[in-house]
Write a protein that binds this ligand. Structure first.
Ligand SMILES: *Cc1c(COP(=O)(O)O)cnc(C)c1O
Length: 387
């Protein structure tokens, strides 16, 4: 079988020759804890401040904002809640519409739905796998008009309040062009940067192009707090509102419980923040390791005319969170998935298109040819930091 060399190559990369475990499965992405994780966690437990108050949350927010180059960061309980609050802060309300890409993880669309809003799906670019600025422009020109500084969808009469592009597998989409189109059409730009911590476009960190950006620190992401997320923004007012809404909208007071609106318990516990501070210290090392892995994979897949290894797009430095290959068609994709998984290598197809899921099947879509093409061919291969 011609995929045998690929399987052997990946096993050599990831398997410890002294391992006692027979036939282990090599995961897609495993967290790595080789820094100050235990030290900070112990410190956190000793302090008894393990929950919603503590110095690690403050420290993480400060260090994270510095890392990505935004003025403010607010830590949240997960990436989905970071997206939800970002959308609320963009003024997304029940009955509104939000443009996003059909090729994304379900969390993007769930967050839109939590606001009572509907997604509208616009095609992706083949090279970035993220929202296409040309398709976005075309959709708006054909379907929308600006009335009183609002973008009205003429088909549904709803207001398109926000646009949420996503940086797929860490590869930046053409975010500066998307930013321009959104500004022209009075649409608030929110970036789903859940997968792209460490990725830059034209030397600016992803997540900082939009009014707000959302990150995730789920167990499978490039750094993890077990579960966690963050909202970033340069707008002081929005940052304050984000903190307020994610902490039950409690008005500061030494002992009285006063809440001035319906808020959310979306705060990241201090225990998780302690883990995350230690992980952030190692991010540059992880990024370096992933670039080395990329070079090795590139070399390997050169030998295969019918498998395209996915590289970072032009003008971008990718974190290479999840490595990916593009197979020739659905049939060879399925063969590749079957063979590798049977051989103890975890590989996974890219997501099913959101507009094909039951709850979004009546959603308005522009032509989704590129998304469909990628859906049928893209497979993720083991991408974790190699030790
Ligand atoms: C991981 C992820 C999220 C957020 O997920 P959580 O599990 O809630 O942290 C959002 N969008 C995308 C594209 C993701 O990959």
């Amino acid at each position: 079988m011609r995929y045998e060399d690929i399987v052997n190559f990946i096993k050599k990369l990831y398997l410890n020759p002294n391992s006692q475990i027979l036939n282990p499965t090599i995961p897609l992405h495993e967290p790595v804890f080789i820094g100050n994780e235990k030290k900070y966690l112990n410190d956190c437990i000793d302090s008894t401040f393990v929950s919603s108050v503590g110095k690690y949350v403050d420290r993480f927010e400060k260090e994270f904002a510095e890392y990505v180059g935004s003025k403010y960061a607010v830590a949240t309980v997960n990436g989905t809640s970071a997206l939800h609050i970002s959308l609320l802060l963009a003024g997304v309300e029940s009955g509104d519409e939000v443009i996003t890409q059909p090729l994304t993880f379900i969390a993007t669309c769930n967050a839109i739905s939590y606001c009572g809003a509907k997604p509208v799906f616009v095609d992706v670019d083949r090279d970035t796998m993220g929202l296409s600025p040309e398709s976005l422009k075309k959709f708006l020109e054909e379907n929308c008009e600006v009335v009183d500084e609002k973008c009205i969808n003429k088909t549904t009469n709803a207001t398109i309040k926000a646009c949420v592009p996503m940086h797929t597998f860490g590869h930046p989409c053409k975010i500066d062009e998307i930013q321009k189109v959104c500004a022209e059409w009075h649409i608030t730009l929110i970036e789903d940067a859940a997968e792209s911590l460490g990725s830059r476009y034209k030397n600016k960190h992803t997540g900082t192009f939009g009014k707000l950006g959302a990150f995730s620190f789920n167990g499978n992401k490039i750094i993890t707090s077990g579960g966690g997320g963050a909202i970033v923004t340069d707008d002081e007012e929005l940052a304050k509102r984000a903190k307020h809404l994610t902490t039950t909208a409690k008005v500061p007071h030494p002992y009285e419980y006063v809440h001035d609106e319906v808020g959310y318990n979306y705060r990241m516990p201090n225990l998780n923040a302690a883990l995350l501070v230690a992980q952030l210290e190692q991010l540059d090392k992880f990024l370096q390791n992933k670039r080395e892995l990329t070079l090795k994979y590139e070399e390997l897949f050169k030998e295969y005319d019918d498998i395209e290894f996915v590289k970072e797009p032009q003008n971008a430095t990718s974190n290479y969170w999840l490595q990916a290959v593009v197979l020739e068609n659905l049939e060879t994709r399925n063969k590749f998935l079957e063979y590798t998984n049977k051989s103890g290598i975890m590989t996974r197809p890219i997501w099913k298109l959101m507009n094909e899921l039951e709850m979004f099947k009546d959603t308005q879509c522009s032509g989704l040819d590129n998304a469909k093409y990628l859906e049928e061919r893209v497979v993720n291969i083991p991408s974790g930091v190699t030790l």
